[in-house]
Design a protein around this ligand. Sequence first.
Ligand code: OGA
Ligand code: MN
Length: 203
Amino acid sequence: MNQHSDALKTFFHLDKILDEMQTQGFSIIDDLYPVEYMQTLQQECSDHLDQFRKASIQDGVMTEIRSDHILWIEPDLTLASQHIAQLEHLSQDLNRYFFAGIRDIEAHFACYHAGEFYALHRDNPQQKNGRVFSTVYYLHSEWQNDWQGQLRLQDIQNQWHIIEPKANRMVLFQSDLLHEVLETKQDRLSITAWMRNSDPVLG
Ligand code: OGA
Ligand code: MN
């Protein structure tokens, strides 16, 4: 762990996160990182936009459920890897508190251009992919309320929430909750990461 990411660690307010996960199944963490770090992460994302691929094509099969573009994060994406390292700290806390058994994290950058969306879904529909908690961190420079592109999420009490994709905000939620990304009017940049408790079951 290098100095930079150690310095980032203190930005999680753990008690609030654990309490909200317990009562609602999701938690919103605003102003997650120093703005300078968010900007360098955003730069790394923008620098690789030409490598993003349509998320709708999975294993060669096309689905209509989503229209965004993604890039899976590998260690060569160093800033994004620091974000994943932070999430590893958080997952250890979640393991201690919820006995969640999280063993690894998979993540991708996502870019939604104007008109793009992700229809209602769960991130772990058949309990096969090991995803326990989902996180989405928004890294565009600003977000205005009339740009839409909100995350709409049903909590563990079946209440719906409309969450603005504010810059430097992270949303953490149980991967089995129903949610969608409403059609955006502007480019919307994020990192989605999933904390998994086992290797995916194939087939
Ligand atoms: C996802 C997802 C929500 C968002 O990537 O699976 O639901 O707000 N993202 O980007
Ligand atoms: Mn999702």
